[in-house]
Design a protein around this ligand. Structure first.
Ligand SMILES: [Zn+2]
Length: 63
């Protein structure tokens, strides 16, 4: 597990005055709007499917 990145902006007021909230891991508090929140990892996303080649029939080149 890698070290979690620090949030740079409050998700509620977008201020940058964030401090760790207590001893809870991933818990932060915003000194600007006085909200406490926590960041939690939900899961990994499925990787996007590779782009499919254009298989649609060519149109407009009937001369
Ligand atoms: Zn805030």
């Amino acid at each position: 597990m890698t070290t979690r990145a620090v949030p740079f902006h409050c998700p509620y007021c977008a201020e940058e005055d964030l401090r760790p909230h207590g001893d809870r891991h991933g818990a932060w508090e915003c000194r600007a709007c006085l909200r406490a929140f926590s960041l939690s990892f939900i899961g990994l996303l499925a990787p996007p499917l590779p782009a499919e080649p254009m298989t649609s029939p060519q149109r407009g080149d009937l001369s």
